[in-house]
Design a binder for this molecule. Structure first.
Ligand code: MSK
Length: 637
């Protein structure tokens, strides 16, 4: 495959051509070596769960139709998928646990460097969860304890489930899908899928839905809430994106992973006069902090720090020869980074006890020592600036402007203004046919799909048809690079109705809602639209749809599961590994709708995905008797 066919982003193509010419191993070259991928694994009908196998089912019906224990293709595919969902839910929820531990540190009164940045949000959450106390410190301790309960509670109401519309809660209660506790549902997926336990594919998949709901309305929502409390609730903010944000004359520190616990402390350390003085002494004009993946999204949303790239660009950032240090925490960090960095002067530092990489240095950051260790990390970067090899420095020029920082809470302020700060303007615009509906386009990028292509094509098609798009994760970074998150994008790409709304209030037609855990913001936006009334009495009645068109991680599977189980039609690509099981495929794409109000679909062509999502949105508009659309869709291209 030619390099230009691997990514739609010219900046990525330029950097990749250089890396290829230098003979570097990249995620694309490793993927090529893996082709053809194992067909049994791809169809989900290879079982490695017990030690009798591995077993695989012959999809052509000639060889084995059951494994050694008698599990058939349906049981095997269901078990494999349920385990993937549980792993994704575990990742999000363990992230949340780390954030709550940081809140606990504030309660102890230790000089950790952390503080409560959004007191209003903190007080509101305390009131919502009926946490009382004499002082902020007191309350912080009790709030942390109250939230920790959600991981292992054995009675009482779960998490933030009370925030979901009543209709959805009733569906979950009827279907036995209300989570009992975050960790319990993850553990139960693992138990049920152990050899010789649950063999009914629908029963297994339903447990995976309960586990995923525990992520969306539990772990992920908790992570978002507490991060906003600790680091500040985002507000609309301008910044820049793509590899060109790296600076030749500055110390470049790239943060990568997911937890703002690390990056926020690096921000503090990088602003300290003594460290800045040392940078100057080393010959640098300052410290340039930027990021990859969702840590970057967190820094962007709250502080406006620029983003160097999304998941597939992590090695390419190092290939510029200008990254003095890459600090990684958890999730989406390719182990290949350590071999890749060995060809450059870049210091690769792992910082989480949970994520070590052979060949990388380890500086462990905990809530107790965060600021001290963050200083050590930044100082290491400053010292390493001296080791730059000028002839190896080659930073591609492209950068794009963007506006980020939208949330379920502030979106209505931007849409309605100070005097009409409610979801009413959004609901009215939808009801009157100015805006068709809302789509969440989220998730990763993968070498299986031309980098960023599905994200950009789908989002361009949607906004041309007056669908307001909200985004998180690497999908948000992809569309920011393409310029969809500039207010001018409304004029350039949006249909007339959406353009009018965006131009009236000065927002882009594509709103950046944050990192992967911030998909909980999208759930809350849907709940708020229902609460405002007039366009659906339940999330499943709203003219909304979701999509992860270049999914890669198990977290994406968990997100798709909780979004669909919350009543939202959700398209996913590459397909989940269930194509070898008619029963599981049929349940996910059809049968589950009766129980949850939403369902999944698998499709890889972004034009077809757009058609499917728009058709779904239109069917919901029709069912609610909303006005016909005011304008014809804009022609794309
Ligand atoms: S970082 S989970 S590649 S969105 Fe959240 Fe990007 Fe997917 Fe990781």
């Amino acid at each position: 495959m030619k390099t230009k066919d691997k990514s739609i982003d010219p900046v990525t193509v330029e950097a990749l051509e250089k890396a290829d010419a230098q003979g570097r191993s990249t995620i694309w070259s490793r993927y090529q070596k893996m082709i053809p991928v194992c067909g049994f694994g791809e169809l989900g009908i290879c079982c490695t769960i017990c030690l009798m196998g591995p077993c695989r089912i012959d999809p052509f019906g000639e060889g084995a139709q059951v494994g050694i224990c008698g599990a058939d293709a349906d049981t095997i595919a269901a078990r494999n998928l349920a385990r993937a969902v549980a792993a994704g839910a575990a990742a999000h929820s363990d992230h949340a646990r780390g954030v709550v531990e940081t809140l606990e540190e504030i309660a102890k009164g230790n000089d950790s460097g952390y503080r409560i940045a959004d007191v209003d949000r903190f007080e509101a959450l305390c009131a919502e969860l009926r946490v009382e106390g004499d002082s902020v410190q007191d309350k912080a301790g009790m709030l942390a304890e109250r939230l920790m309960l959600e991981f292992g509670r054995y009675k009482g109401d779960f998490g933030f489930i009370h925030r979901a519309p009543e209709g959805q809660r009733e569906r979950w209660a009827l279907g036995g899908a209300v989570p009992r506790a975050i960790d319990r549902e993850i553990a139960e997926v693992m138990h049920r899928t152990h050899m010789g336990v649950d063999a009914d594919p629908v029963s297994i998949i339903d447990q995976a839905f309960r586990c995923a709901i525990g992520d969306g309305w539990g772990g992920s929502m908790m992570a978002t809430e507490v991060q906003d409390i600790l680091f500040g609730s985002p507000e609309a903010i301008r910044s820049k994106v793509n590899l060109g944000v790296l600076k030749e004359d500055m110390v470049n520190v790239v943060v990568h992973g997911h937890e703002p616990i690390l990056s926020e402390m690096l921000v503090m350390a990088s602003r300290e006069p003594e460290i800045l003085r040392r940078a100057e002494e080393a010959g640098a004009k300052g410290i340039n902090l930027t990021g990859i993946c969702c840590t970057a999204n967190e820094l962007l949303m709250r502080q406006g720090y620029p983003i160097a790239g999304n998941f597939l660009q992590q090695e390419l950032a190092i290939s510029t020869g200008a990254v003095d240090l890459m600090a990684v925490d958890i999730q989406c960090i390719q182990p290949a980074l350590s071999e890749f960095a060995s060809h450059y002067h870049t210091r690769l530092i792992t910082t989480s006890e949970k994520a070590k990489i052979p060949g990388a240095e380890h500086i462990e950051i905990t809530p107790e020592n965060a600021l001290v260790k963050a200083r050590e990390v930044i100082t290491t970067a400053v010292e390493n600036f001296r080791n730059r090899v000028p002839e190896m420095v080659d930073i591609p020029e492209g950068v794009t402007d963007l506006v980020a920082g939208f949330t379920a809470e502030n979106t209505f302020q931007y849409l309605g203004g100070r005097f009409r700060a409610s979801y009413r303007p959004l609901n009215d615009a939808i009801a009157s046919g100015r805006i068709r509906g809302v789509a969440g386009v989220v998730g990763c990028c993968t070498p299986k799909v031309k980098h960023d292509y599905n994200h950009l094509t789908l989002v361009r098609e949607l906004i041309a048809r007056d669908v307001l798009v909200v985004q998180t994760g690497c999908s948000a970074i992809a569309c920011a690079k393409a310029g969809f998150m500039r207010p001018e994008a409304a004029e350039e790409y949006a249909g007339d109705g959406l353009r009018e709304v965006c131009e009236a209030v000065g927002i882009p037609p594509v709103l950046h809602f944050g990192s992967c855990v911030d998909n909980s913001r999208i759930l809350m936006a849907c709940a708020n639209m229902v609460r405002e009334g007039g366009i659906g009495a339940d999330i499943s009645e709203l003219p909304v749809a979701g999509c992860a068109p270049e999914a890669m991680s198990e977290k994406a599977a968990s997100i798709a599961f909780y979004v669909a189980a919350s009543g939202i039609y959700t398209v996913f690509h590459p397909p989940m590994r269930v194509m070898g099981s008619k029963k599981v495929l049929d349940y996910l794409t059809n049968g589950m709708e009766r129980k949850y109000g939403g369902k999944l679909a698998f499709e890889g062509d972004p034009y077809k995905i757009a058609e499917m999502m728009v058709n779904h949105i239109d069917s919901k508009r029709k069912a609610m008797g909303l006005q016909p659309m005011m304008y014809e869709a804009r022609r794309v291209g």
